[in-house]
Ligand binder design. Sequence first.
Ligand code: SF4
Length: 235
Amino acid sequence: MKITVFEKGFNYSQDGPGNRLVYHLSGCNMVCPWCSNPEGMTKSGKEYDTSEIINEIISSEPMFFDGGGVTFTGGECTLQAEALCEIIDSLPHVSFCIESNADTPDFLSVAKKCDTVIADFKSPIQERLKAITVGNLQVIESNIRNIEKSKHIHIRIPLIHSFNDDDESLQGFIDFFSSLNDNYDVEILPYHEYGKEKWLKLGKEYTVTDGFVKNETIKKFIDKFKKNSIKVIKT
Ligand code: SF4
């Protein structure tokens, strides 16, 4: 089976616990204008046979220290779910993690097989989510709710001014998190422009002009989350 990857390499504790071999898979079903890996939004990348990836993981095992392993991210890695499941099933002793937008029909089938699941929850407001990222809130909520029943999930909010840092969004986040079991934590990732140069190099327009979030807003989110017994961290 084939799998398309646009970047790979080791990373320590940024993409799951410990030292991890991180595969960035090509293609994404969302079009977030702040994406830090815009080169991964298309389907182009290097095609590998899954057996090559399996062999590469086996030969990298001595590097998986401090609870490390393999992370699949993107783009949106679960768009290549069949290949991922084959790799994960072939290596039951290896710790796998996915970083996902949780907005695909195959999210659950891959997430269930992983030791660590990291998923974005970008906005609790359907119209806004759809207009900016083409995301489907119903699918995202259902995926997070279902995986959270059986497995701890680390939820990431990319906090972006004029998209999701207003009071209506804050209340929507609280309502959704409060409706879950207690099997999750939330990480707030304040807006940054690490990807902006890449957009420009690709000849694409970078359309976010007012994304930075005030420190007081971040504090307000953290305080309100804590007040509502939502376990939250800020990076
Ligand atoms: S879901 Fe992630 S990878 Fe896809 S466009 Fe949005 S930020 Fe980029």
